[in-house]
Design a protein around this ligand. Structure first.
Ligand SMILES: Cc1ncc(COP(=O)(O)O)c(C=O)c1O
Length: 363
């Protein structure tokens, strides 16, 4: 078991060293390719505990070549965004959920725990320092990437005795190159996660090992993988998004359904927010349930599928237009995607401050 009792770093101890030469801010380019002027670093050792958090000029890390983050993927990350509202106020969206998920991933990786509110306050301070990097746009934002890596210098596989938590920032526009519906390739020969594994944690290893299938999806003319699980080919996630299906279910009821959090699915902040928003509408059943490919194929044939979409911080909501599965080309209605559009509007209205909400965290 990971030790959960160690004292945390404190935002009040932050040491700030500002960069003497600021970069010219380029236009928002490819996702995650441009970084701001500063970063947050916080070191930990088993003997001395957490050091003071440090905001310093953005720069390379020096890592021992045997670091177990490089050798054994003992690392994890998070992803959230800062949005600039029409009122010029910067907001984060439900950031404590990311802090909480990060602490869960840390526990599962045997990395040390920390006080989630203290990390959030350090991130708030970093974003405040980098505020000019938050785009003046309601389709762009500043992506925040907290990362936590083992710096244990050993080829042995063991619980880290030293680690580095750092946070970098990158201006972000649209995640996908087009805003059209995405196409998904579903083949049970690849599995993203499995029961008892780490699919519900945000660890780099989950993503690195999904890349090969992602390129095969492209070879089949699709943009993303629809990850399946089990002998009955349950739908789990789409690329790096949670997935929702709005349909008339097998009992003839209108339903917005998403697969349950049974350990193989990442508990998305966007997923949870969509469940909470749409349950408040009270217009149709909103359920967390298994959806198999047989059920989806049958519903497409019987024209019971209304919409399907992926969701996540990077893309927010993304309509799904096509699923390629075992020689079948399933066309999903997406031209008049009312629920997808309504959810996108309600979420962005909160993120950009047009609708007041306690989900918005002011920077
Ligand atoms: C595998 C996976 N599923 C779902 C999500 C969506 O999660 P969130 O809404 O918290 O961004 C992500 C993105 O972080 C992801 O990587």
């Amino acid at each position: 078991m990971a030790d959960t009792s160690i004292p945390s770093f404190k935002a009040a101890d932050l040491v700030i060293q500002l960069s003497s030469s600021l970069k010219t801010k380029p236009d928002v380019g490819e996702f995650g390719s441009v970084f701001t002027d500063h970063m947050l670093t916080i070191e930990w050792t088993a003997t001395e505990g957490w050091k003071a958090p440090f905001i310093r000029p953005f720069g390379n890390l020096t890592l021992h070549p045997a670091s177990t983050s490089l050798q054994n993927a003992i690392q994890l990350f998070e992803g959230l965004k800062a949005y600039r509202g029409d009122d010029n106020q910067l907001r984060l969206f439900r950031p404590m959920l990311n802090m909480n998920r990060m602490a869960n991933s840390a526990r599962r990786t045997c990395l040390p725990t920390f006080d989630q509110s203290e990390l959030l306050e350090c991130i708030r301070k970093l974003v405040e320092i980098e505020q000019d990097w938050v785009p003046h746009s309601d389709v762009a934002s500043l992506y925040i990437r907290p990362t936590f890596v083992s710096t244990e210098q050993s080829l042995g596989i063991k619980k880290p005795t030293r680690a580095l938590l750092y946070v970098i920032l990158s201006p972000a526009g649209f995640y996908f190159k087009t805003t059209d519906a995405v196409s998904l390739w579903a083949d049970p020969k690849y599995t993203r996660a499995w029961k008892g594994g780490t699919g519900d944690c945000k660890m780099g290893g989950n993503y690195g090992c999904s890349l090969y299938a992602q390129y095969e999806a492209v070879d089949y003319g699709c943009q993303q993988v629809l990850w399946l699980y089990g002998d009955d080919h349950q739908v789990t996630e789409a690329g790096t998004m949670n997935v929702f299906l709005h349909w008339i279910n097998e009992n003839g009821d209108e339903e917005l359904a998403t697969p349950p959090l049974d350990g193989i699915i990442l508990p998305g902040v966007t997923r949870r927010s969509i469940l909470e928003l749409s349950r408040k509408w009270g217009e149709f059943a909103v359920t967390e349930r298994y959806i198999t490919m047989d059920q989806l194929c049958c519903a497409v044939k019987q024209q019971r599928v209304k919409e399907m979409f992926g969701c996540g911080t990077a893309c927010m909501v993304c309509p799904i237009g096509r699923v390629v599965y075992q020689g079948q080309d399933l066309h999903i209605p997406h031209q008049d995607a009312k629920v997808t559009t309504r959810i996108a509007k309600e979420l962005t209205d909160i993120q950009y401050g047009r609708t007041p909400s306690d989900w918005a965290f002011l920077v």
